[in-house]
Design a protein around this ligand. Structure first.
Ligand code: 2AM
Ligand code: CA
Length: 263
């Protein structure tokens, strides 16, 4: 498989999908809830996923698609080429703010992330990477990340993990909030990965993410020297939900060692 060709194809597809999303703002949204009242999906999430799937199935026969809205394949192993797609990451932002959401896509070959994309549709900013070839924001190469320390760090994290919860000992995160320079919460895992990759924040963590939320971003973040694992420090398996941490070198270790204790 020629990755350069696949890269050009994926970028064109993402841009076309982004344009569809921008046009959707002029028509009324159909909003439904999924697992709970705050787990939202719209007709646009579904239409965009279907748009990708139709094209990929026509042009890349044999490739499989792991998509959030479930129109893709029932993926139980990582053999071959798998497109891990979230048509809209940050659906709540999409509905409430019409910004702070992204198309998130990772293309994996036998479990290895070879191409990654995060498209900030509203700003027309495409973050992309091919494994081993560096990461880009549109046509500009993203510089490698320098190490940093906890007192100098801005951390992306949802406030719901700092109050008592089933996933993590929240006392550690209270200390973290006290020790770092700042905390930010953008509500789109993909965009937070893009922000870690470009140095706007220094780490991002979550207790519960799905493969399509992070698959593209991991390829990009890894290319600029960030470390991405679950909160036990293990590589992600991409076949179900998991905890997640991405951070600059050094910061990743100190977060795991000094602040994070899973329940
Ligand atoms: P989504 O908008 O595609 O649902 C919000 O903090 C981030 O977590 C978003 O990237 C969001 O993706 C994701 N997210 C929200 N609820 C989730 C859930 N139940 N499982 C996995 N990821 C979730
Ligand atoms: Ca989504």
């Amino acid at each position: 498989m020629e990755l350069h060709k696949l890269d050009r194809y994926a970028k064109a597809l993402i841009k076309e999908a982004g344009s569809k999303i921008r046009h959707s703002f002029s028509s009324e949204l159909d909003i439904e809830t999924k697992a709970d009242a705050n787990d939202l999906v719209t007709n646009i999430d579904k239409e965009i996923e279907q748009f990708f799937i139709e094209r990929i199935r026509k042009d890349y026969i044999g490739h499989r698609i792991l998509g959030e809205e479930g129109f893709g394949d029932d993926v139980k192993s990582l053999d071959g080429f798998i497109w891990m797609l979230d048509p809209i990451d940050g659906t709540m932002n999409f509905i409430h703010q019409q910004r702070n959401f992204a198309i998130s896509l990772g293309i994996y070959q036998d479990g290895i992330g070879v191409l990654g994309y995060i498209y900030d549709v509203i700003h027309d900013e495409l973050y992309s990477a091919q494994k081993g070839q560096g990461a880009y924001l549109n046509d500009e190469r993203i510089p490698m990340l320098e190490p940093t320390t906890i007192p100098n760090a801005i951390i992306g994290m949802n406030a719901s993990w700092v109050v008592p919860n089933h996933h993590i000992e929240n006392e550690g995160l209270i200390r973290l909030v006290q020790d770092v320079r700042g905390i930010r919460s953008y509500g789109s895992a993909a965009l937070e990965l893009a922000y870690v990759s470009t140095g706007r924040i220094d780490a991002y963590m979550s207790m519960r993410l799905s493969p399509w939320d992070v698959a593209g971003g991991i390829v990009i973040a890894t290319e600029v020297g960030a470390i991405a694992t679950n909160l036990s420090g293990q590589p992600l398996k991409f076949l179900g939900q998991d905890t997640f941490l991405v951070a600059r070198k050094g910061l990743h270790d100190s977060l795991l060692a000094n602040y994070i204790a899973l329940k």
